[in-house]
Design a binder for this molecule. Sequence first.
Ligand code: FES
Length: 616
Amino acid sequence: MTLYQIDFEPVGRRGECRDNESFLACARRLGVGIISLCGGKGTCHSCKVQILTGNVSQPTSNELEALSSQELKDGWRLACQTYPISDCKVSVPAESVTTPQRIQVEGLEITVHPEPLVRAYRLQLPPPSLSDPRADADRLLQVLNQQHQLHCSQVDIDALRILSPRLRSWNWQCQATVRNDEVIALSPWPRPQLGLAIDLGTTKIAGYLVDLSDGRTLAAKGIMNPQISYGEDIISRITSIIDSPAKSAKLQKLVVDGLNELANDLCTEVGAKTAEIVEAVVVGNTAMHHLFLSLPVRQLAYSPFVPAVSRALDTKARDLGLHMASGAYVHLLPNIAGFVGADHVAMLLATELWQAEGPTVAIDIGTNTEVSLVNSGEITTVSCASGPAFEGGHIKDGMRAASGAIERLRIANDSIQYQTIDDVPPVGICGSGIVDAMAQLYLVGIIDKHGRMKDNHPRLRTHKKQRQFVLVSEEERDGRSAIVITQQDVRELQLAKAAIRTGIQILLETKGCSEEEIKLVIIAGAFGTYINVSSAITIGMLPPLPLDRFRQVGNAAGIGAKLALVSGSKRAKAQKIASRVHYIELATAPNFMSTFSQASYIGRYRMRRGKREEIG
Ligand code: FES
């Protein structure tokens, strides 16, 4: 085995790479985030890097398919397919980098009366004597129960380990942190009681540090899910564990390390310590929930897609590797089904949809999109495999919502007007930009309702036998490759948006409602917050309702996690919501295939019993 020095630019990360280690694996080990949608199989083409100096392995068949001869000549390669045979300098372009990315932590704030499950009590204990030789733990529990009318019966083992010396050094005064009938932490009086709410997404993680005494959010921050290096979508991660079960522990550790770093950053921002976090609530999709708890995930990948557990769970933070107060717990809200997790329950909790008057649709758009229809107190839910297109995956010049991504776009005659994130020169196009682009291409007649690209615009061209529309040309990018929307991209988006529209339609039909009856459509999640609803209607992704019936609510799952953190009754409500949800497996619905094929058409249309009625 030979070791080579690899220099990743422009991040400036340097390290050794074995001759049998791909650039992707090496980058991952050195903490350089390279997008790897397929988890390194060579099929997604998202891990493009440029070899600036040095010698590398011959291109594989996947690379010959993905890269033009000019690109290969210029040193472009797929990081997962390429191995060093000398020291190298490798450039990771912005479109291949996993960070930084816009991660949404904002959402509608709801005021809630705090009823935390964890409370702090001030104690003054009588010192022991020959006439009062009670054990320290008994003394603590008896005084606590007497002074505060409680029924505590146990002390966490880690708290017990420090109890005797600390009580003596604190002169028999202390603060006992109590959860149900257990003392979970001890400290000098007074110490803040902090809580941590986490929305654990497949791509992104949002964290909130909360003061449990009044429910205030003290700090909020988003990070990328570090498991991304093992595959962007959840199925790639599950597959990699099925192929190599030892990876389960690795993936669990990655996410826990990320959460510890996030908690530390949040605490540092407000001058607190992670040991002051006495409770956490975590919500995520079912697969993320299982990976976080080291539960088996194989059964999630195969029909009938059954979770190992769906009820709410409480577990000691230290057993998961989280750095919090000594005996602190993590509460996990209940899941609904294999592909509808606690994040959807949290979203329903935050939006208070169970109180909705008239049919209301709630959509959380992601690689997997969950849709619920709430009507007369009944909640019916489906999960749609919308795929990674809205995150820029499987789109030729797609990227996630990071600096330089085209996020808004308009076609005016022969020119393209666009807006990029951070107003910097464009490097690719993210989900909201792709939806705009498809709507604009349709409105100006460049694609027809079948999604076919015509031959009627100076920006249309054929490249590698495929039609493509040039959004930003090579000249406009000073010689760098053009940013285009290809015929294949349009097809990918048609599948993604058809999955969502089919989910909405099947729910409506199952419950005997029509589209016109929908009173409100709530769109949650980062992508959903930034899409132009009017463009989404134009491409047939959303039903053609008046715009004032749509509400984009931000990260409602994160808000739901915060509510469950500060309020025991909200936690109970979440359990009630989950048990009331009627889940429908979309593929088993009678009209599924006909609805899906109709929903792949572009344009504004209504759907009735799997039939499309164009409304112009
Ligand atoms: S092609 Fe390299 S990670 Fe998918």
